[in-house]
Every structure is written in structure tokens, then in C-alpha cells.
Design a protein around this ligand. Structure first.
Ligand SMILES: C[S@@+](CC[C@H](N)C(=O)[O-])C[C@H]1O[C@@H](n2cnc3c(N)ncnc32)[C@H](O)[C@@H]1O
Length: 242
């Protein structure tokens, strides 16, 4: 007998292609890739961050990965923020989470991240891992980082999706050059095939050949994971070119 919920759980978000084909869950081009979904699941399973947060939920593919990993860890909770869940995504993300039996793991805010994040920070929210995948423009991505950094515990991690977008790489480049974060290798079981790696690097190089983001141009995945390795005030005149 076909048991959608059992299938979702058993998949543990590893085989997204068959998951998409064989279930009625809706996903779209705006969803994270199967590689990224697996990377998020593996990361949360391995590092075991207790409190996680993401900007940009859409159909909930990344949300499913993270929430399922919390469930499989036996602990942890997740916050997702997306202003267009109802209007653009027909509440599919929330429905997918409910059908996967993961509703109790998730807190959802239907707001822009620039509205929700400062409030969550002011309320004393603290997190161990964040996935930034909302509005990908430079200023919005930077604002996501700004407030997430304030909420992130020392040694916590931030993953930036869509390194193929120059504005996202620019933010990550700023963070790496000017704040106490280091790039880490994702704890994923899934390796990026050589052809895909080469294509990704070539695309990033042609986008801005003289850009200073070399460390990011060679990241094999479409995601950069950074770890917070320090805290405290910085001198405002110390910022390096990025
Ligand atoms: C690339 S999609 C996210 C895909 C999702 N992570 C997944 O795995 O399916 C980008 C999402 O960002 C949301 N978004 C757009 N502007 C936003 C904002 N200002 N704050 C938070 N989310 C935003 C969009 O509604 C959309 O759902």
C-alpha cells in the first residue's frame, strides 16, 4: 500500500528525484537542488545544530530537509521565514511539512526577513545554524546575514544558497574578508560530479573575472557554509576590499 508519509520519512530526503516523481508534493524551479537538499540534511545530521532558521521557504524543500534531519536526530527545531508562502506558493511549503509529519518541528513566519529577523533578535532568539535563501539581492542577503550573525552562537554555521548569483558571492566575500567567519567543507555524503564543478567554476569566473572572490569561485557546491569563529566589535575603518 502506498504510504506517502512513510515514504517521505524513509527517503530522509536523500533521493529527491524519485521523491518528486512519486509523491504529490509540489516543488518548482525555485526549490533547492537535490544536491543542496541532501547537503542540508547531511549537515544537520552530522553537526546537530539544535536551533535552525532559514529565509525563503517556497515549496519547503530545504525546510523538509532540515526538519527531517532534526526529527532523525531526535532533537532540534526550525524557523522558516517567507512573505509569499500563501500568495505565491499556495501554502505548499506548509502543506508539505504537515504531510511529512514534521509540523511540530517548524515555526513559520509569513513576513519578509528584514521585518522578522530584527524582531526575533530583539526577542532573544539564538540559533546554531541558518540557511539564507530568501531575496538574493545584495542588500537583502546582507541584511539577512547582519541579523543572523547577531543571533548565531559562536561556532555556529551559516549556509548561503545560490553561489551562482554574483550578488550572493559578493556578500559571502565581504563576510569572509571582514568578519570572523571561515569557509568550511560541507559534511555531505554527496559529491559534486567533476563536470558540474567545472561548469560552476567557469560560470563564476566569467561573471566577474577580476572579482576577489576566488575562494568562492572554486567551491564545488552551489552553497557556501561558513562557521563563526569569533565575536566582538570591529574597528569600522578596518574593512578590507572584497
Ligand atoms: C529560491 S526560493 C527558496 C527555495 C526554498 N529554500 C526551497 O528549498 O524550496 C526564494 C524564496 O525567498 C522568498 N523571499 C523573497 N523575498 C523574501 C524576503 N524579503 N524575505 C524572506 N523570503 C523572501 C520567496 O518567496 C521564495 O520562496
Amino acid at each position: 500500500m502506498y504510504d506517502e508519509r512513510a515514504q517521505l520519512r524513509a527517503l530522509a530526503l536523500r533521493d529527491y528525484d524519485s521523491w518528486m516523481e512519486s509523491t504529490a508534493l509540489s516543488v518548482s524551479r525555485s526549490s533547492v537542488s537535490p544536491d543542496t537538499a541532501a547537503l542540508l540534511y547531511d549537515f544537520v545530521r552530522t553537526v546537530k545544530p539544535l536551533n535552525t532558521l532559514e529565509t525563503g521557504m517556497a515549496h519547503g524543500k530545504s525546510t523538509l530537509s532540515i526538519c527531517q534531519a532534526h526529527r532523525d536526530n531526535g532533537a532540534g527545531s526550525h524557523i522558516a521565514i517567507d512573505p509569499f508562502q500563501e500568495t505565491k506558493f499556495n501554502s505548499d511549503g506548509l502543506a508539505n511539512i504537515e504531510r511529512a509529519g514534521l509540523k511540530d518541528v517548524l515555526r513559520f513566519y509569513q513576513e519578509t526577513s528584514d521585518e522578522a529577523l530584527p524582531r526575533l533578535y530583539a526577542e532573544g532568539e539564538r540559533i546554531d545554524f541558518a540557511f539564507i535563501d530568501g531575496n538574493h539581492r545584495f542588500d537583502y542577503t546582507m541584511v539577512d546575514f547582519f541579523y543572523i550573525d547577531k543571533m548565531l552562537r559562536l561556532d555556529g554555521h551559516i549556509a548561503f544558497d545560490d553561489l551562482w548569483i554574483a550578488s550572493v558571492r559578493k556578500v559571502v566575500s565581504y563576510v569572509l574578508k571582514n568578519t570572523p567567519y571561515k569557509l568550511v567543507r560541507p559534511a555531505s555524503q554527496k559529491r559534486t560530479p567533476l563536470g558540474k564543478r567545472v561548469l560552476r567554476m567557469a560560470r563564476r569566473v566569467t561573471q566577474n573575472p577580476l572579482g576577489r572572490d576566488w575562494a568562492l569561485k572554486v567551491v564545488p557546491q552551489n552553497v557556501a557554509i561558513l562557521q563563526k569563529i569569533g565575536e566582538g566589535p570591529r574597528k569600522s575603518w578596518d574593512d578590507r576590499a572584497f
